[in-house]
Design a binder for this molecule. Structure first.
Ligand SMILES: Cc1cc2nc3c(=O)[nH]c(=O)nc-3n(C[C@H](O)[C@H](O)[C@H](O)COP(=O)(O)O)c2cc1C
Length: 370
């Protein structure tokens, strides 16, 4: 058995980023599109997540100069241990996209998405579709490794429609992947059934690089059992509306209702600092984006849905918390994650407006025959 944890170099000088972090502790916030943004990563890191992976960034988008990827991969000020996940299907494009994102943010590692089951992604031979083509996946890892000076990892499923994770894991190890994370379901299963941790363990026995398991982890007991097997443990849905889960895994008590309200409020403040431009509309848009997560925080109060599904401002959230928990947070100030509205976004808008008015001008000229 190749117990991947015992095969780590003992000399810490020789350990790469992942090996060092896994030696310190192995509970990691898993990437989640639409969720693992800067505010949520910050909260989870503060509660003890070893590192946190960003939402996935399109490598092709980066190469084509699409600013959305730059926005998605952006770390919060002084973010430690940034790992950016990219998706793509062609080695040269993923390598170039990876290089661009590395040049922007110097992440500690870059992770390749091989697990996304969404048609928009698999239809372009990306995400979990790579599980059907281990050779192409390995070529991507090789090219990415050559393009960036940091460890490259991959997060995969057990297979696309049938299990072939051992074959893929071997190919990726040979291509130079530093770590493999495995979500214990095939892509076809999406999120149904139970994650198969025996299959994840079989991967750890097959390869010499560290393996991180993902799927259905909610408790300290599960975490400890999987760690005993030598696996790193990723948490995704278990952290939604519950970022303190990382502290619980290390022995903290479950928070009281009032503490939960405080964390939810802090999340809303970080979220507004990060996304809102300070205008009323900016606040509304940011709060809308956060609503589904706020509902998760307050799931233990069934009546909260009726109010929080329409919450539109921090003031309204504070009023809800005051009414429900007799806790006045309205005076709490949080300046973390305050960022100047990115210049590039404004410029892009301006350019777009200019383009529009130039187009309009041209059409007007044509209409009047000039
Ligand atoms: C809303 C959502 C978005 C996700 N986005 C990604 C993603 O962008 N990249 C990725 O590798 N996995 C993604 N995943 C998969 C998770 O990282 C994780 O492997 C999976 O949810 C199983 O873990 P859990 O039971 O702890 O949620 C996503 C999962 C969810 C629920």
């Amino acid at each position: 058995m190749k117990n991947n944890q015992t095969l780590l170099p003992e000399d810490t000088q020789q350990q790469n980023f992942y090996q060092k972090k896994l030696a310190e502790g192995g509970a990691i916030l898993a990437p989640m599109a639409g969720y693992t943004d800067a505010p949520f990563r910050k909260l989870c890191r503060d509660f003890g997540s070893s590192w946190a992976v960003t939402e996935m960034v399109s490598a092709k988008g980066m190469v084509q100069g699409d600013l959305q990827g730059i926005e998605i991969g952006e770390p919060y000020p002084d973010e430690p241990d940034l790992v950016i996940q990219v998706f793509g299907g062609e080695a040269d494009i993923v390598a170039e996209g990876g290089r661009i994102i590395y040049d922007h943010y110097s992440p500690k590692a870059i992770d390749l998405n091989m697990g996304c089951p969404v048609k928009k992604v698999t239809g372009k031979s990306c995400g979990s579709k790579l599980m059907q083509d281990p050779e192409r996946a390995a070529d991507i890892i090789t090219a990415l490794n050559a393009a960036v000076p940091v460890p490259v990892s991959a997060k995969m499923r057990l297979g696309f429609d049938k299990m072939n994770v051992l074959e893929v894991a071997r190919a990726l190890e040979e291509a130079g992947a530093a770590v493999i994370a495995v979500h214990g379901r095939t892509a076809e299963q999406k999120y149904t059934g139970e994650a198969n941790w025996e299959a994840i363990q079989a991967v750890a026995e097959e390869v010499s690089i560290p393996v991180i398991g993902s799927g259905d982890v909610q408790t300290k007991e599960q975490y400890e059992n999987y760690r005993k097997l030598g696996l790193g443990v990723m948490i995704a849905r278990g952290a939604m509306g519950k970022p303190w889960i990382f502290a619980e895994l290390f022995g903290a008590e479950k928070p009281e209702a009032e503490q939960i309200a405080r964390v939810a409020y802090k999340h809303a403040q970080l979220h507004l600092n990060w996304y809102s431009d300070g205008s009323e509309y900016g606040e509304l848009r940011a709060m809308r984006h956060l609503r589904s997560q706020l509902l998760k925080y307050f799931e233990f109060r069934p009546d909260s849905r009726a109010i929080l599904k329409d919450v539109s401002s921090l003031e309204q959230l504070a009023a809800y918390i005051l009414q429900e928990f007799e806790l006045d947070l309205s005076g709490e100030i949080c300046t973390d994650l305050k960022r100047a509205r990115p210049e590039r976004k404004r410029k892009q808008k301006r350019n777009w407006k200019n383009r529009k008015s130039r187009k309009q001008q041209a059409e007007n000229n044509l209409a009047i025959g000039s």
